[in-house]
Design a protein around this ligand. Sequence first.
Ligand SMILES: Nc1ncnc2c1ncn2[C@@H]1O[C@H](COP(=O)(O)OP(=O)(O)OP(=O)(O)O)[C@@H](O)[C@H]1O
Ligand SMILES: [Mg+2]
Length: 305
Amino acid sequence: MVEADSLVKRFGEVIAVDNLSFHIEKNEVLGFLGPNGAGKTTTMRMLTGYFTPTSGEVHVNGVDMVENPREAKRFIGYLPEHPPLYPDMTVKEYLRFVAELHGVKKIRERLDYVQKVCSLSPVWNRLISQISKGFCQRVGLAKAIVHNPSVIVLDEPTIGLDPEQIIETRNLIKSLGEEHSVILSTHILSEANMTCDRVMIINRGKLVGEGTPERLSEELQSKRNIALIVGREIDKSLFSGIPVEIQKQEKLDDKFRLELSFPAEDDLCPELARRITEAGISLYQMQEKKPTLEEIFLSLVKEVL
Ligand SMILES: Nc1ncnc2c1ncn2[C@@H]1O[C@H](COP(=O)(O)OP(=O)(O)OP(=O)(O)O)[C@@H](O)[C@H]1O
Ligand SMILES: [Mg+2]
């Protein structure tokens, strides 16, 4: 379990992380989502003891990361943004070396496990200097989990992987999340959607949204969007006196497709249907358009800019 309380990191004038507090439980996958420069890597470096916070505290399984870094770091497996690997070792030698450093007991078993789950068989006995970028990323992931840490921190874990490996890695993260606490960063929204139980949207070092991907979609939207198919073109005067905006109107063969929006707190659907049919216009379809996480993310990030 990780608890971060009022974390701040300054680099001179730049406030990279601006008062972030959060916690993560066992059996949970938490995603940090944010654009480039949002502060994701800096936050992870503070969680893993690589950076000392300017202020604020991090506790890992109750141990203070600033006061007892050696003890706190034992609980953590970390895949950094640029995994430092030893180019002159083979993959197997390197992972064995890391496992020994961590005092892993059943080294053979753990090596077999990471070889399998990180799909490392094709390069197992190759020199790290000679393997491709995607395989280096997988070695970095294997290094992060080889000692079976309770907290796994992954900075952009799928970057540089091929599509098949991206799917496998996401599945691996999900299964790791069944027994561990996993924190990952990504700027890929669909990735957060697919792998995370909870998402924190970060922009300019600040938390701008938080929740399950579904909850973010539902609660953070201030407008409802409705798509309609109707028999003829609609003039905006039809909606006079109600806060409805026509976002789009296009001709589809002999019909028209409209996108309307109105404030989320008013349910104007019955009123819309009534006005349209009373004007003698056929209403063929009326459907709510849920915003994607991407649209919410962009609107949240824009508000802060
Ligand atoms: N060592 C450092 N010295 C000075 N400024 C830094 C340092 N590390 C990060 N920063 C600044 O802190 C801010 C946050 O950077 P960070 O790397 O944490 O962002 P990020 O969310 O990980 O971005 P990306 O998606 O590009 O990886 C940026 O403005 C960056 O320039
Ligand atoms: Mg980063």
